[in-house]
Design a protein. Structure first.
Lengths: 164, 165
């Protein structure tokens, strides 16, 4: 069953307090068309409010149907246990860092907090991040937030953080 | 500056707790291509985690630098809300709240918003009939893609900040 696409608008008022609202729209349009909608809706909203719009975005849910993903979480899996990955990008000084929740301890080297880069599944993930994923008509190469292409793994280790 | 699009992966562990992380991707691909990427990356990630991948969402941030009159009024407050309830073709309710609603749009002696005020009327029309974009019209809907066709009420209300609007 298709789920509607969500457009979100973030606001800040004169006191610095923030809020947001969401408006759902149907699937079946292009990114360019949705961006047109968002900007037009922003302008309509602005004419009715005193706050400033600080951000407007659109979110699509990607269907996982048909994939052979786990259907039950592993016993003792914990979102506080994370795999920390830092990748260098094509621009010096810019890194892409993230922590993957419920990282499998079996992928950690013995007597260490270092992620095993020769584990076949970890290696496949790192290769996808470094070289991109082939899709119909091209290859999508992961980037950092500022569109610098990821180049190579800089660090990968196990870390523990709060449950979020 | 241009910002990358983000794929957000949400995980759930065996205690039912959830957490997320993002993978950023370049902007010059289609929704179908991002869907392919998101699903392929879910396969890679599923092999290195113990939790369940609950969802994958693609978020695209619009460039709003060209918006007109996007200023803060000195007395604006996001706790003062314009509450709209719309009805879909199947008569399902859709609630939309606009934080920091302009008090000038509230009818005197009432908490109703003036639906013939130019700005309010334009917003309601867009919600009921959609917004024309290149090659089509995008009409707001509920989560099941049932189109909004009518307005049930539009009134001022107050909500404490920090909560979902």
């Amino acid at each position: 069953m298709p789920f509607a696409v969500t457009t979100r608008y973030d606001f800040i008022d004169a006191k610095g307090k923030t809020s947001f609202t969401k408006i759902r729209v149907p699937t079946g349009f292009s990114i360019a068309q949705y961006l047109e909608f968002i900007l037009a809706m922003c302008q309509l909203i602005i004419s009715n409010i005193g706050a400033r719009i600080t951000s407007a975005s659109i979110t699509f849910s990607i269907s996982l149907a048909g994939l052979s993903l786990k259907t039950v979480a592993d016993v003792l899996s914990d979102v506080a246990q994370k795999g920390y990955f830092a990748f260098s990008t094509t621009t010096n000084g810019f890194f892409k860092r993230f922590r993957i929740p419920t990282f499998d301890e079996a992928n950690i080297e013995a007597d260490s907090d270092v992620v095993s880069e020769i584990d076949v599944n970890v290696a496949a993930f790192i290769a996808a991040m470094e070289n991109g994923v082939v899709v119909t008509g091209g290859t999508i190469q992961p980037t950092d937030e500022r569109l610098h292409d990821i180049q190579s793994l800089s660090e990968a280790r196990e870390v523990f953080r709060r449950k979020r | 500056m241009a910002r990358a699009f983000a794929l957000t992966y949400t995980y759930e562990d065996d205690s039912g707790n959830t957490a997320t992380h993002d993978i950023h991707v370049p902007t010059a691909f289609s929704i179908a291509q991002f869907t392919e990427f998101g699903r392929a990356m879910a396969d890679f990630l599923d092999n290195i985690v113990g939790g369940l991948i609950k969802s994958v969402d693609l978020t695209i941030t619009a460039d709003i630098s060209g918006l007109l009159l996007n200023f803060v009024d000195p007395l604006s407050d996001v706790e003062e809300v314009g509450s709209f309830q719309f009805a879909t073709a199947d008569n399902r309710a859709v609630l939309v709240n606009l934080p920091a609603i302009d008090e000038n749009t509230v009818l005197a002696g009432s908490d109703d918003l003036n639906q013939i005020d130019g700005g309010i009327a334009a917003f309601i029309t867009a919600m009921e009939t959609g917004i024309a974009v290149t090659g089509g019209t995008i009409s707001p809907c509920d989560v099941n893609e049932d189109s909004i066709v009518d307005t049930v009420y539009a009134r001022e209300s107050f909500r404490s900040s920090g909560k979902r609007r």
